[in-house]
Design a protein around this ligand. Structure first.
Ligand SMILES: Nc1ncnc2c1ncn2[C@@H]1O[C@H](COP(=O)(O)OP(=O)(O)OP(=O)(O)O)[C@@H](O)[C@H]1O
Ligand SMILES: [Mg+2]
Length: 265
């Protein structure tokens, strides 16, 4: 495949996400009445910080987040049909836009459904979820993995109702070993089982850059592949599909594509 040809494997369902311009004003957070994590730290979000990091779905009424809302509908439909509750997000190589997409998708789920969206930073080599959201991260997944904090101490609610984040503050040494450990196994199991009306999204590292994603993938119900437009060769896409052969591949997002004009008609 030409390096500029987008991935359209026969069993993939491309959804195009463009770099939408974010809305200028952070909405007033809704009352946290429905929030069920009473012990979770609540931290405010800053609109200006989110905008710089291409986070647009924080604004429930933004007309910029339509691509994520469309993706949310498609992903949730398939997950619900199959009883899946954990979704891994990966890409062939770095910089596909996984973290931006994972955050926007989780926010879209929290805003527009009755489900809680829990976003976990499982990119233990290049963790970026917390910094993209501008979270303080006193205690994070790092402390949980080192047995220095309990789960309730490291979960954060960034003011949006039904949106919970488990951030990773800094790279975790020996990440492949950590991801294959019983501790991580139990963590994924606990997060999945604790509440039935919860969707857990895991931001993973790229599939072809290390063994991390391949190691942990079998532990998730399904996988979403993010491919940046023109960034990957046919061989890279084929290698990914080989690694995903036994996974439930829910679809692929063709990211960083040309922005499409949308009008009422
Ligand atoms: N749809 C998009 N259009 C244009 N740029 C984007 C888009 N999504 C993300 N980016 C930009 O691409 C860069 C990489 O994004 P991001 O960190 O989300 O990718 P990633 O796949 O998580 O990278 P890594 O493999 O390093 O974890 C960032 O500068 C981000 O702002
Ligand atoms: Mg990332």
């Amino acid at each position: 495949m030409d390096r500029r040809t987008p991935a359209t494997g026969s069993n993939l369902h491309p959804v195009t996400a463009s770099a939408a311009q974010p809305a200028p004003v952070l909405q007033q957070p809704e009352a946290l009445g429905q929030f069920d994590y009473v012990n979770t730290t609540v931290v405010p979000l800053r609109a200006e910080h989110l905008e710089r990091h291409r986070i647009v779905a924080y604004n429930k009424n933004s007309n910029m987040s339509w691509a994520f809302d469309l993706l949310r509908t498609q992903v949730l439909q398939t997950m619900e049909e199959n009883g899946w509750r954990t979704l891994a997000i990966t890409s062939p190589t770095p910089e596909a836009g996984k973290t931006v997409l994972a955050i926007n998708l989780a926010m879209s789920i929290a805003h527009h459904t009755t489900k809680t969206a829990l976003l976990v930073d499982f990119d233990l080599r290049r963790p970026r979820v917390g910094s993209s959201l501008g979270l303080p991260m006193g205690k994070a997944l790092n402390e949980y993995l080192n047995n220095q904090a309990g789960l309730e101490e490291v979960l954060v609610n960034p003011t949006l109702p039904r949106f919970v984040v488990l951030p990773t503050r800094e790279p975790v040494p020996l990440s492949t070993e950590v991801l294959s450990s019983p501790k991580v196994n139990n963590l994924i199991h606990d997060l999945r089982e604790r509440y039935e009306s919860r969707i857990c999204i895991f931001d993973l590292p790229p599939l072809l850059s290390s063994d991390d994603a391949i190691t942990v993938l079998p532990k998730f119900d399904c996988v979403l592949l993010v491919v940046a437009n023109g960034n990957n060769s046919k061989k890279e896409i084929e290698d990914c599909l080989y690694h995903l052969a036994t996974a439930n591949l829910i679809g692929a997002v063709l990211n960083k594509a040309e922005a499409q004009t949308r009008s009422y008609y």
